[in-house]
Design a binder for this molecule. Structure first.
Ligand code: AMP
Length: 232
């Protein structure tokens, strides 16, 4: 990590924000907006796994079997992959973290790595949405297989139905967005996610937001919490 940040703003100035929320809570949508707003990369562990699967790497194949069952990919695989990504030059000024850490083990590994460089997560934004609403939302969700931009049939449609606004790629539904896999993802992934929220509550850096509000209102809530951090 030291090499990756050399010659760039000092580590203390890296703005690292973490978005936490269950599948369908709107993390990806908000991370895309914040990434534009702050000029920081959006690092999504799910997107990294999907890219590894598309590239046919060993890591991708190992991740696939867990993802298809709606399970978390084991920490041994996930931690190394994500921390390596965070050390790349594109994250030298900071990053919006989406989907990592998702277990307390991942959170501790991330905290330790950051602390060894005098860094820390600045804020954790927890986007809360009730489970029924999550399943309903995910059923209408489409994603660009090229750039990973998420859309929603009604809440956030692309300009042309079925086509990515950014690169014109036909959109597709993710295999793991099928209702039975979504229910499995919620059952397996919400408890460890709540432990991650507790872990950061202890550090006093969590902001809880009502994720049932319209997208713009959620963004405004987030900006009101982290805006001053971004400017500091
Ligand atoms: P997402 O796109 O964030 O919904 O992630 C899709 C799938 O990738 C999840 O259902 C998990 O199987 C896997 N995954 C993503 N991030 C993590 C993580 N931090 N730890 C373990 N598994 C993950």
């Amino acid at each position: 990590m030291t090499d990756a940040v050399s010659g760039t703003p000092s580590p203390e100035e890296r703005l690292i924000l973490l978005l936490v929320g269950a599948v369908g809570a709107g993390k990806g949508t908000q991370a895309t907006i914040l990434s534009r707003e702050f000029g920081l990369p959006h690092l999504a562990s799910g997107n990294l796994f999907r890219a590894a699967m598309a590239a046919g790497t060993r890591l991708g194949e190992e991740a696939r079997e867990h993802m298809e069952r709606g399970e978390l990919v084991p920490d041994e695989i996930t931690i190394g992959m994500f921390i390596e990504e965070l050390a790349k030059p594109h994250a030298a000024r900071g990053a919006i973290l989406d989907g990592f850490p998702r277990t307390v083990g991942q959170a501790r590994a991330l905290d330790d790595t950051l602390a060894s460089h005098g860094e820390r997560i600045r804020r954790v934004i927890y986007i809360e949405v009730p489970a029924d609403e999550l399943v309903r939302r995910v059923a209408g969700r489409w994603i660009c297989p090229t750039c990973g931009t998420p859309y929603h049939e009604t809440a956030d449609p692309p300009r042309v139905a079925g086509i990515c606004d950014k690169d014109g790629t036909p959109l597709r539904q993710r295999d793991d967005d099928r209702p039975e896999v979504v229910r499995a993802r919620l059952a397996r992934q919400v408890p460890p996610m709540l432990e991650v929220v507790d872990h950061y509550e202890r550090a006093g850096i969590v902001d809880r937001l009502d994720g049932t509000q319209p997208i713009d209102a959620v963004t405004q809530d987030i900006l009101s919490h982290v805006g001053s951090e971004a400017r500091s």
